[in-house]
Design a protein around this ligand. Structure first.
Ligand code: SF4
Length: 393
């Protein structure tokens, strides 16, 4: 094994000849940004604040989301990303267990759910869960994501059974289990407080929570895209309870539907505020809305690629207390994700064996990816692939 250094990154060469970079960038409050190359005066002010280690406000998010100086945004967000992670870019090898699609909420934004009795309705038997976990483990999976719909026929023991079935594998899998929405649903149907459920599932083997269900917090917009879903306040409260229970989580932000820039700024602010209190979020995962087969007919034209770049860069710049910004290749496509790595993103997601939710809404990406393809995607954009799990362990 040998060591060499370049561009602030230490590269460990293993006996197999693969390079494993380990970032030597230490977090400091200051960021080096070529401010003279930024043309938008509002962005210059933001760059100066960031370069001095100062926090930017919600007004800055609005400026960034409408700035024509997309290169300037990339310079600021890219410098922050470089300071935090160097050229390291993370990916995972994961299995998705979308255990049922029968849902009593039937949110307008959703293409995945259906009613009981529909031709496509399903519930995964626990034996099927065991089989899928065994296949995924044979394929080298490190983590399992368990997310499903709110099926009134499923008792609490079913959810317990899924976690037990995953843990029966005996493999050291990182289990990312159930959104805040699902914990609230389990709590309502069982009468057990959410905090108790979180502790029980943690003790049973859940390591972290996914970030789903956040959608967009702004009440008028949330009311139109997911009127029956738990409120933003309750979602944030449950995340706070999870963090207090020692379960870290991601946070999502759904965009490209009917949201406004103010909605996005509000969403980011609420996340940053909670993170200041708990420190429990690992990554922000901005998700572009895919509208096929949903009930949201008034969605605007697809955003230009530039809107996606603005959003990711703004999130990286504003969320100074989040370690990671995740750009899911399955939602965004490999080419967009490769470019987003230069706009603040440092994680491309995972292989997602058996993903169902975004493909039900018309995503044209492959239904799962190979580890080799993810590593190549990262290398081709000038970064180092680092395999990890959702805990970044
Ligand atoms: S988004 Fe979730 S809660 Fe809403 S209908 Fe779909 S599965 Fe059910």
């Amino acid at each position: 094994m040998s060591w060499s250094h370049s561009l602030g990154t230490s590269i460990r060469r293993s006996n197999r000849g693969e390079c494993h970079p380990i970032s030597l960038f230490l977090m400091s409050s200051k960021v080096n940004i070529p401010i003279q190359m930024i043309t938008d005066p509002a962005l210059r002010d933001i760059a100066e604040s960031v370069s001095l280690g100062k926090r930017v406000g919600e007004g800055a998010v609005l400026s960034m989301l409408s700035s024509c100086d997309v290169n300037g945004l990339g310079m600021i967000a890219g410098a922050i990303r470089q300071q935090r992670h160097g050229r390291n870019t993370f990916y995972g090898n994961s299995l998705n267990l979308n255990y049922t699609n029968v849902c009593e909420l039937r949110c307008p934004l959703c293409a995945f759910s259906c009613d009981e009795g529909d031709d496509n309705a399903y519930v995964l038997e626990l034996d099927e869960v065991r089989k899928r976990v065994a296949v995924a483990c044979d394929g080298g999976a490190d983590e399992v994501h368990i997310v499903g719909a709110l099926n009134p026929k499923l008792p609490l023991d079913y959810y317990r059974g899924i976690v037990a079935a995953v843990r029966e594998s005996g493999k050291p899998l990182h289990v990312v289990g159930f959104t805040a929405t699902e914990y609230e649903y389990m709590s309502r149907s069982s009468g057990i407080p959410v905090a108790e459920l979180l502790a029980e599932f943690r003790d049973a083997g859940v390591n972290a929570l996914p970030g789903g269900g956040a959608e967009i917090f702004a009440p008028q917009t949330r009311e139109r895209i997911a009127p029956k879903k738990i409120s933003a306040e309750r979602w944030l409260e449950i995340m706070g309870l999870a963090h207090a229970a020692g379960l870290r989580s991601n946070a999502t932000l759904l965009y490209n539907h009917i949201e406004t820039h103010e909605d996005i700024a509000d969403h980011l602010k609420r996340l940053r505020d909670l993170q200041d209190e708990t420190g429990g979020f690992k990554a922000l995962v901005p998700l572009p809305f895919h509208g096929e087969h949903t009930q949201i007919s008034s969605r605007r034209e697809r955003p230009s690629g530039m809107d996606t770049f603005r959003l990711f860069a703004a999130a990286r710049i504003y969320l100074d207390n989040f370690d990671h910004i995740k750009a899911l290749w399955m939602y965004l496509g490999a080419k967009v994700v490769q470019s987003l790595l230069h706009f603040g993103a440092d994680d491309v997601g995972a292989t997602y064996l058996n993903e169902k939710i975004v493909h039900a809404a018309g995503a044209s990406t492959p239904r799962s990816g190979s580890e080799q393809a993810l590593r190549q995607m990262i290398r081709q954009s000038g970064f180092f692939p680092i395999r990890t799990n959702a805990g970044y362990e």
